[in-house]
Ligand binder design. Structure first.
Ligand code: GDD
Ligand code: MG
Length: 358
């Protein structure tokens, strides 16, 4: 059996993750201190998929810098870069010359354990024009809702329906298997979406679209809430309560409660309390008596003496000298006094009110 190629869509602007994505694209935001795509690529490799095309638009350079040719992860990466956003389907069309057989498409912000091997087998058995993985969620209005018939074929697709139009909690998990002829439906060099254009057109034509429903772990990391949730889930899954990546200075009078991940070269002073689930990036400095709980700190974050950071995400090299809770801070910001819960702080220092995380 020839291994399928995969296209990963990583051209979105990551708007909902701002201010975290002001300086880096969503595809490489750190998750457990590794660029997000690394997790996705390792998952693909576990299912035998090693030929991967990254369909990029917004900020391609940081992605290329992080991943290179993919050799370190044992995959072969090819980059396809849009001049202007072509939408999810337009982006795949741009890469058409690299594809000649049945292939996979992934949204580039999905962290999952859906059984891809099983999905590819099922696609080969049933031979539809397309297969789509489905996952149950609590709030389908934020996703593409997918109705299926008694034979497991897709009947209807509604992208981000209003609450009164939600007919099922099964949604598009952002994983598709496509036959190459589906590309003929996508106009070249035109903004075109799978969700709004290709799927409805396929169904209208009566083309068979197979659903692959799964109860496996699945989360779209595209909002701060979900980003934090993904960390909680991954940290709990590691099984080791306290993971220290190496070379940190941790005072004996600091209290660490797992699940925790502490990056390289951190300095943790006396009287500090870190309560998991929490992640410290590399070279974080935590001042005397500070408390960190349920939070993710990126590289080089400094937390002042006695300061508490709860249920928050702090961007790289930011300095926090006042209490933060349920907040999201971008890169390189300085917070000198406490912030109202739910604050968003932009790299230019602007503070906005937002919904507290958790
Ligand atoms: N190359 C490229 N070009 N990629 C794009 C473009 C584009 O113009 N627009 C979006 N993407 C990428 C994003 O970077 C992301 O990885 C993926 O396509 C999906 O875009 P999101 O913006 O994250 O979409 P969503 O989360 O609101 O909804 C999508 O995903 C849901 C599952 O998480 C839809 O596919 C829903 O139907 C689905 O349920
Ligand atoms: Mg998304």
């Amino acid at each position: 059996m020839i291994a399928m190629k995969a296209v990963i869509l990583v051209g979105g602007e990551g708007t909902r993750l701002r201010p975290l994505t002001c300086n880096i694209p969503k595809a490489v935001v750190p998750v457990l201190n590794r660029p997000f795509l690394e997790h996705l690529l390792r998952y693909l490799k576990r299912h035998g998929i090693t030929d991967v095309i990254l369909a990029m638009g917004y900020q391609p350079a940081p992605i290329q810098k992080c991943l290179g040719d993919g050799a370190q992860l044992g995959v072969r990466l090819t980059y396809s870069v849009e001049d202007s956003p072509l939408g999810t389907a337009g982006a795949v069309k741009l890469a058409a010359s690299l594809i000649d057989d049945t292939f996979l498409v992934f949204n580039g912000d999905v962290l999952t354990d859906i059984d891809l091997t099983g999905m590819m087998q099922r696609h080969r058995e049933i031979k539809p024009k397309m297969s789509i993985a489905l996952t149950p969620v609590d709030n389908p209005t934020a996703y593409g809702v997918v109705e299926t018939d008694a034979h497991g074929m897709v009947r209807r697709f509604v992208e981000k329906p209003p609450p009164d139009k939600v007919t099922t909690n099964m949604i598009n998990a952002g994983i598709y298997i496509l036959e190459p002829e589906v590309m003929e439906m996508i106009p070249p060099a035109t903004r075109f979406m799978f969700e709004h254009n290709v799927f409805p057109q396929l169904l209208e034509k009566g083309a068979p679209v197979l659903a692959y429903p799964s109860q496996a772990y699945w989360v779209d990391i595209g909002t701060p809430q979900k980003y934090l949730q993904a960390h909680d889930d991954l940290l709990r899954e590691t099984g080791t309560p306290i993971n220290i990546e190496g070379g940190s200075t941790i005072d004996t009078k600091a209290q660490l409660t797992g699940p925790l991940l502490i990056g390289d070269g951190c300095t943790i002073a006396a009287g500090v309390s870190i309560k998991g689930p929490a992640v410290l990036g590399a070279r974080c400095v935590i001042g005397k008596g500070a408390t960190i709980e349920g939070s993710v700190l990126w590289d080089g974050v400094q937390i002042g003496e006695g300061v508490s950071v709860h249920q928050s995400i702090i961007g790289s090299c930011s300095r926090v000298c006042g209490q933060v809770e349920g907040s999201v801070l971008g890169d390189n910001v300085t917070v000198l006094k406490g912030l109202p819960p739910g604050s968003r702080v932009w790299p230019d220092g602007k503070v906005e009110a937002g919904v507290p995380l958790k």
